[in-house]
Design a binder for this molecule. Structure first.
Ligand code: EPZ
Length: 422
């Protein structure tokens, strides 16, 4: 398996353009199944989760092609509603293929989703919402079979503002008879992106970004050409890369309001951040401890930035606390950061971080996508060499991460498993 080898201690500097959002393109690719017309999507990130999702679409009968970085999908007539288990297990996001396939074919068979190992990833809210629309659901041997002669509009209250459940139900409701209301809907910017994409194809959806989303059933959707919003989590990760290396970066193609909870917290930690339209300027310096970082659904502090923020706070002057409220067990980076000299103790949902003067390079394993990114950030700052194994987790959500960081002055390289020097 490939590894990253990092020699830390260099300040990052330079300019980088942020690409399209992973957590937009994945539901949007699922949503493309709702039409038999041509779908063109711009600014698609070159990450492995996209490659997996495109393989799934091809298995279902979608013709895929590229014109430079323009992705072209021709869903035509799908020839199966069963998603190969191997592909399903590679990534949790495949679960929101249920909605579009039920809408388009009236049936779907999926296995329980894979994806990051960040605590239990139940799908009860997805299934409850679909069932209320008249979907018959059979769960057995790790698979979910769902069928609906016709989908009925429904009034759905989510127990938790689940991003995936909101997206799945939104897409299932498009061809339902009547209207569907989703209460306590997730409000992430990627939900608005999905609504805008679907409406551009002829759907009738209102309210994305608020607690209540209304979807009026339609008979068909047409072709579309769409550009994704930028990835706020990749942007946030690079903000911390500047901060943790006491460097100075300019991030282009950013929507600052999507990052407000993150930039506000990092400014509390002493990071200088200022914005100009769609550009963020960041300058690192001494890092101050933050009494509490609490992850919450949007617009609260994003759970996807928790691990990266923890890396920064390991070097703060004083003690900080992080409370992970969204996922159970999303502290997989703690053990690996402690190998680098970080002082962190975990009690339930809380992690207490005692700042140290410096981290030391070590051999560590990326446990999942964002914990892996957090280890890269720690390695950029650490004294000496850090070797990060299992970097396929990082490739799921960061396009050519080492090349971007090299451009910004980092000493990082990707080595193959056969390279026994590391
Ligand atoms: C999406 O995952 C994102 N993934 C995640 O990003 C992100 O961390 C998460 O939303 C929260 O913002 C994509 O968009 C592809 P949830 P999702 O359903 O939809 C519980 C990354 O790093 N829950 O909002 O799976 C669940 O267990 C990834 O880019 C149920 O209990 O997240 C969790 O505790 C990681 N039952 C909480 O809700 C359900 O049916 C939030 O999950 C569904 C979820």
């Amino acid at each position: 398996m490939e590894k990253f080898v990092i020699s830390g201690g260099l300040n990052l500097s330079g300019k980088i353009r942020i690409k399209g959002a992973k957590n937009s393109i994945l539901p949007i690719l699922a949503g493309s199944l709702l039409t038999s017309e041509r779908v063109e999507i711009k600014d698609v990130p070159d990450i492995s989760d996209v490659k997996v999702m495109l393989k799934i679409l091809e298995c279902l009968g979608v013709r895929i092609s590229w014109k430079e970085d323009l992705l072209i999908l021709e869903p035509g007539s799908l020839y199966t509603s069963e998603i190969p288990e191997t592909l399903m297990c590679e990534m949790r996001s495949s679960i929101f293929l249920m909605g579009p396939l039920l809408g388009r074919l009236g049936k779907v068979k999926v296995s329980y989703p894979g994806g990051c190992d960040i605590g239990p990833r139940p799908i009860d809210l997805h299934l409850k919402g679909l069932a209320s629309m008249g979907v018959k659901i059979l769960e057995e041997n790790g698979c979910v079979q769902a069928e609906a002669k016709t989908l009925r509009g429904s009034d759905i209250h989510l127990d938790f503002p689940s991003v995936g459940a909101t997206e799945n139900i939104m897409m299932a409701a498009i061809y339902a008879e009547g209207s569907t209301l989703i209460h306590n809907a997730a409000k992430e910017p990627e939900i608005i992106d999905l609504q805008n994409f679907l409406n551009k194809m002829g759907a009738k959806i209102k309210g994305a970004g608020t607690d209540t989303i209304k979807i009026e059933g339609v008979k068909s959707l047409n072709d579309v050409n769409y550009t994704l919003i930028p990835d706020r989590i990749v942007a946030g990760t690079l903000v911390i890369a500047a901060a943790i290396t006491r460097g100075e970066l300019i991030l282009e193609n950013v929507i600052p309001e999507h990052l407000e909870a993150v930039t506000a917290k990092l400014q509390e930690a002493g990071v200088e951040i200022w914005e100009e339209q769609d550009t963020l300027h960041v300058r690192g310096g001494n890092i101050k401890a933050i009494q509490s970082v609490r992850t919450l659904p949007y617009p609260g502090f994003p759970t996807d930035m928790q691990a990266q923020t923890m890396s920064l706070l390991t070097l703060a002057k004083g003690n900080s606390t992080i409370i992970e409220n969204v996922f159970d067990g999303r502290f997989s980076q703690v053990g690996e950061l402690k190998k680098m000299g970080a002082r962190i103790s975990v009690q339930g949902r809380s992690a207490i971080i005692q700042g140290v003067d410096q981290l030391k390079g070590a051999v560590v394993n990326a446990p999942d996508l964002r914990a892996g990114a957090a280890l890269v950030l720690a390695g950029l700052s650490a004294q000496g060499q850090t070797i990060i194994k299992e970097i396929h987790h990082i490739d799921r959500g960061y396009e050519k991460f080492e090349e971007i960081l090299q451009q910004l002055g980092a000493n990082i390289k990707r080595v193959g498993a056969q390279d026994e020097n590391f």
